[in-house]
Design a protein around this ligand. Structure first.
Ligand SMILES: Cc1ncc(COP(=O)(O)O)c(C=O)c1O
Length: 389
């Protein structure tokens, strides 16, 4: 057994990020400035998007996107119960109504047929969540958005880099209004400690940029620099969620390493897949053949009828063996706020409700050595062997 605790998901920060932050701190320009511009440009180039806007989190990216697409009071936005709570909170924040739907059993992504069932005259947008880094059925969702003139805002917090049918998530979606929202939270595939990015068409990103800085007219961030002007106009009641140059200093170097990080995540996923392939007590992640997974989260599902312990006890057993684990996510319709406001019952979304009790996210991150991965494998197999029914 390991004698040192293996954390669930620590970041990988090296000297180049640290030196860039120091350079920024010494530069006299620490908030939104040239490094944010560089990060935005390099991110847009990486995804192939016409434009990108760096912000303080994916939560803000989602909220800004809704605001910049003029979604608000009286509108409905369809998303899934099986996501992090902030995907849904932002719809509440802008005064629209979140309309939740269930997920597909295998990939745990939003079910396009269920989306169709919820569309009515008030529906304005869909927020598909590429959960764990597995892309939703974007072709079908794009057809639905086109047919009903809806906006598609991708929650791509986990999906860097993920591909569906050859399309890198974050690149343009033809024929509809779209935006993609990424997270650089500390556990994400690349980090800026806290941070996020929106990709979209140029005119949309220009509008979102104004919403991100108090609703102040173009280039307000420059107003204290030599090339800026003190004068500004407030054109919308905007938010305050611009990214700082300190955060972008980290992001610029993390982005350069993304494909290297990704290769390591894939190797770890393959090690888990082959070690657990013939263990009937475990169900492994499903990846549709038209998708490439970002492996942000590697979640196994327990076949509970073959085990004498439940999911929570399984996680306790992992902890006893010094392995960190987690659960993604508690379905939001059972959270008190949403349950009380909308009167949801657990069985309203039977797939999310049932699968939630079987899920365990195992550690997966570039800093893990092969020995770390083997320790996780050994611990999981040991628990299964000791608690077979
Ligand atoms: C699916 C999903 N959406 C949105 C977010 C929000 O990201 P952030 O912490 O950058 O606001 C998260 C965060 O973990 C997430 O998992």
């Amino acid at each position: 057994m390991r004698n040192k605790f293996l954390p669930f998901s620590p970041p990988l920060i090296e000297d180049d990020e640290i030196n860039e932050v120091i350079h920024t701190l010494r530069s006299d320009w620490i908030t939104t400035g040239p490094k944010v511009k560089q990060f935005e440009k390099e991110f847009a180039d990486f995804t192939g998007a016409p434009s990108a806007l760096a912000v303080s989190s994916a939560t803000d990216a989602l909220q800004l996107s809704l605001a910049a697409f003029d979604v608000g009071a009286g509108d409905e936005v369809i998303t899934t119960t099986f996501t992090f709570c902030s995907t849904i909170h932002v719809i509440e924040h802008i005064g629209a109504k979140p309309v939740l739907v269930d997920i597909e059993e295998k990939t745990l992504t939003i079910h396009p047929d269920m989306v169709i069932q919820k569309i009515n005259k008030k529906t304005k947008a869909i927020i598909p969540v590429h959960i764990y880094g597995h892309p939703c059925r974007m072709d079908e969702l794009t057809d639905i958005a086109r047919k009903y003139s809806l906006i598609l805002i991708e929650d791509a917090a986990h999906a860097l880099p993920s591909y569906h049918n050859g399309r890198l998530i974050g690149s343009p979606i033809k024929g509809i209004r779209w935006a993609s929202c990424f997270s650089f939270y500390a556990t994400k595939n690349i980090t800026t400690a806290e941070g996020g990015m929106i990709t979209g068409e140029e005119s949309f990103i220009d509008k979102a940029r104004i919403w991100s800085l108090h609703g102040m007219s173009k280039d307000a961030w420059k107003r204290y620099s030599g090339s800026g002007s003190w004068h500004y106009e407030v054109v919308v009641p905007g938010f305050k969620c611009n990214m700082t140059d300190i955060q972008a200093s980290i992001g610029i170097h993390q982005l350069k390493k993304l494909l290297k990080f990704q290769k390591r995540r894939r190797e770890i996923a393959e090690m888990y897949n082959s070690a657990f392939a013939n263990i009937p007590e475990l169900e492994l992640p499903h990846v549709r053949t038209d998708c490439e997974h970002s492996w942000h989260i590697y979640a196994i599902r327990l076949n509970l009828n073959m085990l004498s312990i439940n999911r929570d006890q399984f996680i306790d057993e992992l902890l006893k063996r010094n392995i960190g684990a987690s659960v993604h996510f508690i379905p939001n319709h059972i959270q008190p706020y949403y349950r009380n406001k909308y009167g949801y019952k657990p069985e309203d979304f039977p797939v999310a409700w049932r699968e939630y009790f079987r899920l365990i996210s195992l550690p997966i991150y570039p800093r893990m050595s092969n020995d770390d991965v083997n320790d996780v494998i050994e611990a999981v197999l040991d628990i299964v062997n000791k608690h077979k029914r």
